[in-house]
Design a protein around this ligand. Structure first.
Ligand code: UDP
Length: 261
């Protein structure tokens, strides 16, 4: 498999073509952005961690029967994925109120929701990914009724699986964002979970202390961003070389080395 030309560069990832028209390479950058690109920085090692964490989560989901774009990890920063046409909608699931929901509706941060809340946002940076309804989706043909029905079911199933997976490692899954793509498979369009699932796209709180282990460390200037991501990786068991470290000291910056694949 040969890596070809750059097809697309986003805020945190780059997509490259390959010599197989059905496959592309997804490269994870260290760039962190928030508030519609107004806040930007480089977090050294973030791309490496997100590559490993997303691989772990998508592999777990595959094992539970969720179809994803993930094929295999190629190296520290890259994974081979199926080429898809991304549906231009961000699917957000919330279990606990935080972030934009609290600002928009005045719900207190940390309120446990009676059942998971599913929201749709249009993927459009210029418009700052506005919240949309199903009526908007159908009216403007961003997805069909049957696609959204299928995606809603898969999304709630993913939430169930991930809530359990994170609870098992002492983490509350507060909310997350996922994206889907359409791939051509045996004469029909197949819907695949795409993009990434990582501390960039989830809110993850330690069960006991409610310490944030996700991108809110960057959004809210809490410091020790990489330590939060490393803690998630360590608890997921994907950094075996540091699995004997009992607790990461959030007051000191640590540098943890990864084994080459
Ligand atoms: N999210 C994301 N990308 C986006 C918008 C949101 O990954 O472009 C994630 C975010 O990390 C959080 C969840 O979706 O886990 C809900 O985000 P929210 O709507 O609260 O927006 P934010 O507070 O990030 O502006």
């Amino acid at each position: 498999m040969n890596k070809g030309k750059k097809l697309y560069e986003g805020k945190a990832k780059i997509i490259y073509s390959t010599n197989d028209k059905y496959l592309v390479v997804q490269h994870f950058k260290d760039d962190a952005t928030a508030f519609n690109n107004l806040k930007k920085t480089k977090v050294e090692g973030k791309g490496v961690l997100n590559n490993r964490i997303s691989e772990c989560i998508l592999t777990n989901l595959e094992q539970c029967g969720i179809k994803t774009h993930f094929v295999k990890r190629l190296n520290m920063r890259e994974q081979l994925i199926k080429r898809v046409d991304i549906i231009p909608i961000e699917f957000i699931v919330r279990n606990i109120a935080s972030g934009s929901l609290t600002k928009r509706l005045g719900i207190s941060d940390g309120t446990v929701l009676e059942k998971p809340l599913l929201e749709y946002c249009l993927k459009n940076d210029e418009l700052q990914d506005p919240l949309i309804s199903k009526e908007h989706i159908f009216n403007f043909d961003w997805a069909t009724k049957s696609e959204i029905e299928e995606i809603d079911k898969i999304t709630l199933r993913i939430n169930d699986i991930l809530v359990g997976l994170f609870r098992g490692i002492g983490i509350k899954l507060v909310d997350f964002k996922i994206e889907y793509g359409k791939a051509w498979n045996k004469n029909e369009n197949e819907i695949l979970l795409a993009d990434e699932i990582s501390p960039d796209t989830c809110r993850l709180w330690d069960i006991k202390t409610e310490k944030k282990l996700d991108k809110d460390r960057f959004r809210k200037d809490l410091g020790n961003i990489i330590e939060g991501y490393q803690e998630v990786a360590r608890r997921l068991g994907i950094m075996p070389e540091i699995s004997n470290i009992k607790e990461i000291n959030f007051n000191k910056s640590s540098s943890i080395k990864f084994k080459k694949k």
